[in-house]
Design a protein. Structure first.
Ligand code: CP3
Length: 343
């Protein structure tokens, strides 16, 4: 598998590519299945349909890895927080965790309640070509905690950050309890057949560096250490979005992951200089460049000229693709990256 070879810094015939949110609303095939499934969560829980939409971008775009179709929020959902996806507003929990009493309602050892995810993984793996990797994932504890404390998406993360400074013990308790669930969740995903796992810390950039290490990245290290000790051959990808201002702080840590996801706000040249020897880098085309072919080509050329046609790089966007993206442009991106990085 080209993608797994690249994670292990082995030579590949070209730089492998996949895209965050590659299965989604910009594909009419996805919208059709989504309609059939009912709600977004119904789709996540429907093994047959979730495996179908996971495979769509492989057939349509020919990317080198499929990412499991699910959502990071199924973990707090199964810990007992009722969840709805409200059209045009995003996810909303019916309750939120703001006190010790709220925290006490969260359930532990929820692994078996997520069996629909593991079933989907085995179906996908049985249908996916052996050349293509399947990526499993979870949200990182900090990003999940922002949703659990706020009850929904947020611009300021005010409640969660207030908790961090006024009741850090409670926040650590939440983070620890989520981390425990994530360890066995990822473990079960690997046993079900994923070839690699990725931890999404989408809201890492909400914190100052010292707080991020204490409340965010330390939990990622702890989870990856656990997974590496049990599955040394499964590459781990981390994506702490918004930490480009202090990449040097990620050099001198004992890391248990293989690939560092670079967001679009960070210059790839800077990421390569600081982190390129230590981690394989994944990223980081600004997703908005896909709306104009020239902008897209210039963006690809810049990244390829920095990362070179050699090992140490996995091509991706610097964050997820948007629902109104013309699919032809996504198809073109995959073609161009393969052509332009051919060894
Ligand atoms: O293709 C893939 O990348 C795999 C599937 C995937 C989804 N969500 C599907 C999805 C993955 C890996 C995620 C992760 C996720 N979910 C993150 C971390 C990555 C990131 O984008 O930062 C976060 C923060 C979430 C939480 C979440 N889920 C939000 C904020 C939303 C609403 C977004 C929106 O644009 O409406 C979702 C819903 C969601 N997750 C959709 C998809 C395809 C859209 C739902 C729909 O079809 O109506």
């Amino acid at each position: 598998m080209i993608f797994i070879d690249a994670c292990n810094r082995k030579q590949t015939p070209y730089t492998p590519i996949w895209m965050m949110r590659q299965a989604g609303r910009y594909l009419s095939e996805y919208r059709e299945v989504r309609l059939k499934a009912g709600s977004f969560l119904d789709l996540c829980k429907n093994t047959e349909l979730a495996s179908k939409v996971t495979l769509q971008p492989i057939d349509i775009l020919d990317c080198d890895a499929a990412i499991l179709f699910s959502d990071i929020l199924v973990v707090p959902l199964e810990m007992g927080m009722k969840l709805n996806f409200v059209k045009n507003e995003g996810p909303k929990f019916e309750t939120c965790i703001r006190s010790e009493k709220d925290f006490s309602i969260l359930q532990n050892n929820i692994g078996s309640k997520l069996s629909y995810v593991y079933d989907t993984i085995s179906v996908i793996r049985s249908k996916l070509s052996k050349q293509k990797a399947l990526i499993g994932f979870c949200g990182a504890p900090w990003t999940l905690a922002t949703y659990m404390v706020e009850g929904e998406g947020s611009k300021t993360y005010a409640n969660c950050k207030k908790m961090l400074y006024t009741n850090p013990k409670l926040l650590h308790n939440i983070l620890q309890s989520v981390s425990n669930e994530l360890k066995s969740y990822l473990e079960s995903q690997i046993k079900a057949g994923v070839d690699s796992v990725m931890l999404f810390d989408s809201w890492a950039g909400a914190l100052e560096p010292s707080s991020y290490f204490e409340f965010g990245f330390n939990y990622i290290i702890d989870i990856s250490k656990y997974i590496k000790s049990k599955f040394p051959n499964i590459p781990i990808i981390v994506f702490p979005k918004g930490v480009g201002g202090y990449l040097h702080k990620f050099v001198d840590i004992k890391a248990y992951f293989d690939v560092f996801g670079v967001d679009w706000e960070t210059s790839m040249a800077y990421a390569k200089e600081v982190l390129g020897d230590k981690y394989v880098l994944q990223g980081n085309l600004e997703p908005m460049r896909l709306y104009n072919e020239n902008s897209m080509i210039n963006g690809i050329d810049e990244i390829v000229s920095i990362m070179g046609k050699k090992e140490g790089h996995i091509f991706n966007l610097g964050h997820g693709m948007l629902p109104d993206l013309p699919r032809e442009n996504a198809i073109k991106l995959v073609q161009l990256v393969k052509e332009k990085t051919k060894r």
